[in-house]
Each structure stands twice: as C-alpha cells, then as structure tokens.
Design a protein around this ligand. Structure first.
Ligand SMILES: [Zn+2]
Length: 113
C-alpha cells in the first residue's frame, strides 16, 4: 500500500528529528500534501496510527494541509491551476499540461510536547 510506505517514511523523519533535536514526544505532525499526490487522507491516517505505535509519535495527531495542484500548459505558456493529474488546461482546454506543483508530500511541522 502506497500510504503505508509513506507513513513509514514519516516515522523515519520524525524519529531522526527527535534524535537530532533531543525530544521524546511528538503531539502533532503537520503534513503538507499536494492535491495531485493521489493520496487518500483517511487511509494515510489509518496507516499513520499503526506505524507510529511504539515511536515518539505514538498517539500523535496527524494534521493534513492540502496544497493546490498546478500545471504548466505548453499552449498558454503559463502555469495554470489543475485539480487532478492529466486534467485539461482550464484556459484553453489543451491536454498538454505538465504537473508542476501539488504532487509533493512533506513534513511541515512537528509539535512537541
Ligand atoms: Zn492552456
């Protein structure tokens, strides 16, 4: 499952940060997820709770901030907003749109107890 390996990646990041900065308990993990990352927030939350067991983020709240999708339209030669990968350009209707933002996922912030 895609979400499961992501949750494991988050655990790695959280534990590394804990070791580096010397904290023992994380209360909230704030994630930034692009609209085009094709992630199911509910299943990510489910995996997060499973994976964080016995870690410094056990029982932590997962907060998900969504980032809008953006694409580069070759015909308009402009960045345009898109809601999904392979969407047509909202300005000219062309399908020559290359996703240029909103596919990323990163840990934005950790709230420490
Ligand atoms: Zn266009």
């Amino acid at each position: 499952m895609h979400e499961m390996s992501l949750a494991e990646g988050i655990r790695q990041i959280v534990e590394d940060a804990g070791r580096r900065q010397g904290f023992r308990k994380v209360k909230t993990v704030v994630l930034e997820i692009g609209q085009l990352a094709a992630l199911e927030p509910d299943s990510l939350r489910f995996c997060f709770d499973l994976v964080m067991k016995d870690s410094i983020a056990e029982g932590a709240v997962l907060q998900i901030d969504s980032l809008p999708g953006r694409g580069w339209c070759a015909r308009c030669a402009e960045t345009v907003p898109i809601a999904a990968l392979y969407d047509a350009c909202p300005r000219c209707g062309s399908y020559q749109v290359q996703a240029s933002g909103g596919t990323e996922m990163r840990v934005k912030e950790l709230e420490i107890e």
